[in-house]
Design a protein around this ligand. Structure first.
Ligand code: ADP
Ligand code: ASP
Ligand code: MG
Length: 438
């Protein structure tokens, strides 16, 4: 059994839904995970913003636009009146659900209910379309088995037990279909796995059923060696180690949600990134691949703040770093990069919510400097320290760019460099030119 996850663009129109239906039929009894049609979750966020502000007119207009989009999709997707009316009824229920919100206080719980409509609608359409094509499909509601615990972490035991029970009760199905992204929390409320979280759903399901492979189908032929949104002429990387994929996903390669890699890695399940628009392309295989002694790819993570604490008292002191880290722990703020010297330490964070409180607390250890609007450029590959010359090539490639921090040796797979946001695109392009287009 495989898990096949299709992202927003892969199901973004009637034609795309038809293409995906063709791709998933006659491929064995697999579990298909769908995201919302592209643009839908953003529209649902917009509707929630209107509802938070009690702007009933804004919400109503946006809901009407969403409804028109879905009605046009239904018209194109289904051939007979029978299925057209079944689909209109299914979508109508979700649209009415949105229209019923007219209470004075709109809460985060309401927002999660609103956001869940996207995946509920895309799977409703695919379910009916597959039925129309004569496929014996079984729609399994994610809200019946996907659950997080009190720490908002996936409740893997619960997921495994409930999902496998559902599969056992529906053994005749040719294909199982379910929603990505949405789940219930420990209190049974509708919740989600964060934006882009359908990849995580696929990985959690893969682990729960012991899948032979997890396929992430999207709009590009695998992980490219640089961010195609900012660099021309990037090319797909055919194989990545789990650790390399995790570094790239965490440091900004949007093709893969950062949380998706770890469960697959721990269960040793290969993850394949594939292109719905070009299914025959090889894509990227993520597994415990052999190291290749090469630099494989570059990614960038935005919205980074660097904090430097300079202190004479650090000299020969032990316990200094612990005290510094404790402040970040108190404010539940993760640190991404860290570099130290005898008289100072610099760290980066991507969550500025408690920045001023953190800075105030750090001041008792020395002089604190903050650099905002920074970007982490992450270079990934087989960077085991005995491989000579790679770090020199990276630093040399960026010789024209001011670099605020460099972190190397934390893992065998990554060199991170901190640069100004305004230098990001140039840095990414220079790295491609000098590392990959030699
Ligand atoms: P989906 O909706 O299918 O989940 P996403 O938009 O989340 O798709 O991810 C695919 C997009 O990721 C691509 O269209 C591409 O623009 C972007 N992307 C960023 N970095 C990379 C990279 N290194 N390789 C491939 N795609 C990348
Ligand atoms: N639909 C959700 C989002 O847009 C989840 C996903 O696509 O993975 O964030
Ligand atoms: Mg995605």
């Amino acid at each position: 059994m495989k898990v096949l996850k299709f992202g927003g663009t892969s199901v973004g129109s009637a034609q795309r839904i038809k293409d995906v239906a063709q791709l998933i039929t006659n491929r064995g009894r697999n579990i298909v995970v769908l995201s919302a049609m592209s643009g839908t979750t953003n529209t649902l966020v917009e509707i929630s913003e209107y509802l938070y502000k009690n702007n009933a007119t804004g919400a109503k207009e946006t809901i009407n636009q969403l409804e028109s989009k879905y009605l046009a999709t239904i018209d194109e997707l289904f051939s007979g009146e029978d299925y057209k009316s079944k689909a209109s009824e299914a979508i109508g229920e979700h649209i009415d659900f949105l229209r019923r919100y007219n209470k004075p206080v709109f809460t985060v719980f309401d927002e999660k209910e609103v956001l869940a409509r996207g995946e509920l609608m895309s799977t409703a359409l695919m379910n009916l379309y597959l039925q129309q094509q004569g496929v014996n499909v079984c729609l399994i509601p994610a809200l019946d088995f996907m659950r997080t615990d009190k720490n908002a972490e996936p409740d893997t035991e619960y997921i495994k037990l409930h999902l496998n029970n559902i599969l056992e009760q529906n053994q005749n199905a040719e294909i199982y279909l379910t929603q990505g992204f949405i789940c219930r929390n420990a209190y049974g409320e509708t919740d989600n796995l964060q934006r882009g979280g359908s990849d995580y759903t696929a990985s959690l399901i893969g682990v729960a059923v012991g899948a032979e492979e997890i396929e992430i189908w999207t709009d590009i032929d695998g992980m490219h060696n640089n961010d195609p949104r900012f660099v021309d002429g990037t090319s797909p990387v055919s194989q990545l180690h789990f650790e390399e994929a995790a570094e790239l996903a965490y440091f900004g390669a949007k093709i893969l949600h950062p949380t998706c890699v770890l469960p697959a890695k721990l269960a040793n399940i290969p993850v394949r990134l594939l292109n719905t628009m070009c299914p025959e392309a090889h894509g990227t295989l993520i597994f415990n691949t052999e190291s290749t002694h090469t630099i494989k790819a570059v990614a960038a993570k935005d919205n980074i703040t660097a904090i430097k604490i300079k202190s004479g008292r650090m000299l020969l002191a032990y316990g200094f770093l612990r005290k510094v880290f404790e402040i970040f722990e108190t404010y539940r703020t993760p640190i991404d990069m860290i570099v130290t010297s005898e008289v100072g330490v610099s760290v980066t964070i991507d969550n500025e919510r408690n920045l001023s409180a953190i800075v105030e607390d750090l001041k008792k250890f020395g002089t604190v400097t903050v650099d905002k609007d920074m970007v982490i450029i992450c270079v990934v590959g087989d960077l085991e320290w005995q491989n000579r010359g790679f770090e020199a090539e990276v630093v040399n490639a960026l010789r024209e760019i001011p670099v605020r921090m460099i972190s190397y040796g934390g893992s065998n797979y990554n060199i991170s460099l901190l640069v100004k946001k305004s230098d990001k695109v140039r840095a990414l392009n220079l790295l491609s030119q000098r590392l990959f287009n030699k």
